[in-house]
Design a protein around this ligand. Structure first.
Ligand SMILES: *[C@@H]1O[C@H](CO)[C@@H](O)[C@H](O)[C@H]1NC(C)=O
Ligand SMILES: *[C@@H]1O[C@H](CO)[C@@H](O)[C@H](O)[C@H]1NC(C)=O
Ligand SMILES: *[C@@H]1O[C@H](CO)[C@@H](O)[C@H](O)[C@H]1NC(C)=O
Ligand SMILES: *[C@@H]1O[C@H](CO)[C@@H](O)[C@H](O)[C@H]1NC(C)=O
Ligand SMILES: *[C@@H]1O[C@H](CO)[C@@H](O)[C@H](O)[C@H]1NC(C)=O
Ligand SMILES: *[C@@H]1O[C@H](CO)[C@@H](O)[C@H](O)[C@H]1NC(C)=O
Length: 635
């Protein structure tokens, strides 16, 4: 894949310790943290409600004509199908499990990959100056999934340098005079404080190492990473898209560099690590091969025997994949693609099933090798995404369908990429630096996908996904936990305000005896993801809550939570849930799960409200306590 972002450094945040540390949040009043927030700066231990500031942002927004992240292109939604979709679909669910269930998945399945060059903009300026909105966004996922995975990556793995100090207290700097890659990302230098920043945000870190230098690998990041992050450093990405190393314009390796050469490099790396006295020796340190799969196939890599030969060194197996690219428009390389022409290709389940097909053998191989299979970087299109697609409601539906497809096919992690101001596909975008005092964050459709996937899989580590799709425009997935169907995920990719393409799922559980153990429940709860059209930008709601439109978010949901209750039919022993065109519905089959697993404390008392003028100090202090806890995990 030409021009998708190479990765440099990765880390994941697993925050299980988080819960036990909430209690210590108060101790932070004496810690010297300053947390940066778009509209104000907050000193930890200060007035918690002051982080909930929405004022002042609205006025200038309408006239803003800035970067791609705020692009206003609206496409035409694809015409409704003729004939319409089947308006009634019968979905049989059995208790005790069903054939074809995926491996057990973590709620943290859907994570983020943050472009390294924007890391200080997104995460924070330095280890003591952290973005509150980012922490809130991570806390939302953590609340639902139990933990979050974030990776920092860049296009500059081979040239990034760890230095002890940079001018003016900066911790990350770009060498803009030295751009040689198709995505125009400048090489970087960074200081150990970037590692401290990650450490202060999270509890763990798989990182990437410069893989460019053949003679001696620059292992400073591993040495320093272990010293700074300790046991929280779990893995390093060993090379990024090595299949492109010898592809012009890249000259990282001599022409003809192939899978066996890559295996040789891993061997060299392993022995260099073994003889580096500053590195603490551990198993499972490396992630391979992170290829783009456009030059080498994964099968060619596995056929070298690399996984068996270095099994004790390997943490997991990774690939990177975007379904399309916008490189012609962004960087002038390749054939131009008109977003309107390809929009329908995202609004169809076969988009995801055909994309996964080339990984089916590999994910089975990974499971047989007892290694997780990771989608280390993905999104709607490489080279920043497409205007009108990547930032539309359609992208939220696509992102969810793609994530469910990967989960069903036994990937264990999918990281969606976050670029800078010039990307269309960002799950979240901080305001431009020079406007950060009066504007807030912009939350994109892919963040809604992340939030919902976290909720769908939940914190049990036991969720198994089953694809029950009957029509390509209306994907259907069941989620099982320990043999019990706990959720149903229902899509409608069609835009049709007439109602002709609304559809209804009719489902019994087991033999259909309503209200019996193992049978159809008396009622189900439903949360809807909605927008007027698949082409809508903004006006997205999840169970009636939203992050607002461009520049409107502090990272917390606004508005009253609305969960629908649907009574099931005792006579037929079935439940019926309507899925309007377009929308996504998450059906909670055992209402107990909804009440206890996903941050729905707001259901009882509507505490989720954070809109202007409402009483929000409780919500604010809750979020604040969570944030403080993230920061304190490593203290
Ligand atoms: C972190 O950044 C803030 C804001 O630029 C600055 O005031 C502070 O001195 C920095 N802290 C360190 C340790 O460099
Ligand atoms: C957090 O940052 C401070 C420096 O600002 C550092 O002293 C501390 O060790 C960091 N904590 C972690 C866990 O990285
Ligand atoms: C997957 O494995 C099957 C059976 O070995 C083989 O026929 C097929 O070509 C493989 N798929 C890919 C994408 O290599
Ligand atoms: C995923 O793994 C399970 C075993 O845990 C297997 O039964 C299932 O067929 C696999 N799914 C796919 C799509 O390969
Ligand atoms: C912010 O910076 C950008 C890029 O340097 C510039 O084009 C824009 O005019 C600046 N905006 C303001 C309000 O200063
Ligand atoms: C889920 O897995 C994580 C990581 O292994 C673990 O920390 C957590 O306690 C598990 N949660 C449950 C409910 O088992």
């Amino acid at each position: 894949m030409i021009g998708n972002e190479n990765l440099f450094l990765s880390f994941s945040m697993y925050l299980p310790v988080f819960i036990s540390l909430v209690a210590s949040a108060l101790e932070l009043s004496s810690a010297h943290y300053t947390v940066y927030q778009p509209t104000n700066q907050v000193i930890f231990g200060g007035n918690a409600s002051s982080i909930n500031s929405h004022s002042g942002a609205a006025a200038a927004v309408a006239t803003y004509t800035g970067g791609a992240a705020y692009d206003t292109t609206v496409l035409q939604p694809p015409a409704p199908p003729n004939p319409p979709i089947p308006t009634n679909q019968f979905v049989q669910l059995y208790t005790g499990g069903m054939n074809g269930l995926s491996r057990r998945q973590s709620g943290a399945f859907f994570g983020f990959s943050v472009e390294m060059s924007v890391a200080t903009h997104v995460l924070g300026k330095n280890s003591s100056f952290i973005q509150v909105a980012f922490l809130n966004l991570m806390a939302n996922i953590k609340e639902r999934a139990g933990s979050v995975q974030v990776r920092i990556g860049g296009n500059t793995q081979e040239s990034a340098q760890l230095v002890q100090r940079l001018p003016n207290g900066t911790i990350l700097a770009k060498d803009t005079s030295n751009i040689s890659n198709p995505t125009g990302t400048p090489p970087l230098t960074y200081t150990p404080d970037l590692l401290y920043l990650m450490g202060n945000i999270s509890a763990l870190t798989p990182a990437g190492i410069p893989f460019f230098n053949t003679t001696a690998f620059a292992l400073g990041i591993l040495e320093q990473g272990q010293a700074i992050l300790g046991d929280n450093l779990i893995a390093l990405q060993a090379g990024n898209e090595p299949d492109l190393y010898a592809q012009p314009p890249r000259t990282h390796r001599p022409a003809g560099y192939g899978p066996f050469d890559y295996m040789g490099d891993i061997g060299t790396l392993a022995s260099q690590v073994a003889s580096d006295s500053l590195i603490i020796k551990k198993d499972n340190l490396f992630i391979v091969p992170s290829i783009s799969a456009s030059v080498w196939t994964l099968e060619q890599i596995w056929n070298t025997g690399i996984v068996g030969a270095y099994t004790s060194s390997l943490y997991g197996l990774a690939v990177e994949r975007y379904p399309n690219n916008n490189c012609a428009a962004m960087y002038g390389s390749g054939n131009p693609i008109n977003p309107q022409d390809v929009f329908p290709s995202y609004l169809d389940h076969s988009a995801s099933t055909s994309l996964i097909a080339s990984y089916a053998n590999s994910s089975q191989f990974a499971m047989a090798s007892n290694k997780p299979m990771l989608m280390f970087e993905t999104n709607t299109a490489s080279c920043s995404g497409f205007p009108g697609i990547s930032d539309s409601f359609g992208a939220a539906l696509w992102g969810l369908d793609w994530a469910f497809t990967m989960a069903f096919h036994n990937f264990s992690t999918a990281l969606f990429h976050v670029g800078g101001q010039n990307a269309y596909y960002n799950p979240f975008t901080p305001p431009p630096t020079n406007q950060s005092t009066y504007r807030q964050w912009t939350i994109g459709p892919i963040y809604y996908s992340a939030l919902i996937m976290a909720e769908a899989l939940g914190p049990s580590n036991a969720s198994q996904v089953l694809d029950l799709t009957q029509n390509q425009l209306t994907p259907i997935y069941a989620i099982y936990e320990n043999g019990t169907p706990t959720k149903l995920a229902l899509f409608n990719f069609v835009t049709d305000p007439s109602g002709t393409n609304d559809w209804t799922a009719t489902f019994p559980v087991g033999g259909g005896q309503t209200g019996q153990v193992g049978g159809t429940p008396l009622l189900v709860k439903v949360k809807y993801l909605t927008a007027p059209s698949v082409s809508s930008k903004g006006n997205f709601t999840w169970a009636n809550q939203t992050f607002g439109n461009s520049f409107e978010s502090d990272g917390r949901l606004q508005g009253n939570l609305e969960v629908r209750t649907v009574k099931c039919d005792a006579t037929s022993g079935t439940c019926q849930v309507k899925v309007p065109a377009p929308s996504f519905a998450l059906v909670f089959i055992n209402p107990f799960v909804l009440a206890h697993s996903n941050g729905d404390y707001g259901m009882q008392d509507k505490m989720g409200t954070t809109s202007l003028g409402s009483s929000n100090s409780m919500a604010a202090s809750l979020a604040f306590a969570c944030l403080a806890a993230i920061l304190v995990t490593l203290w």
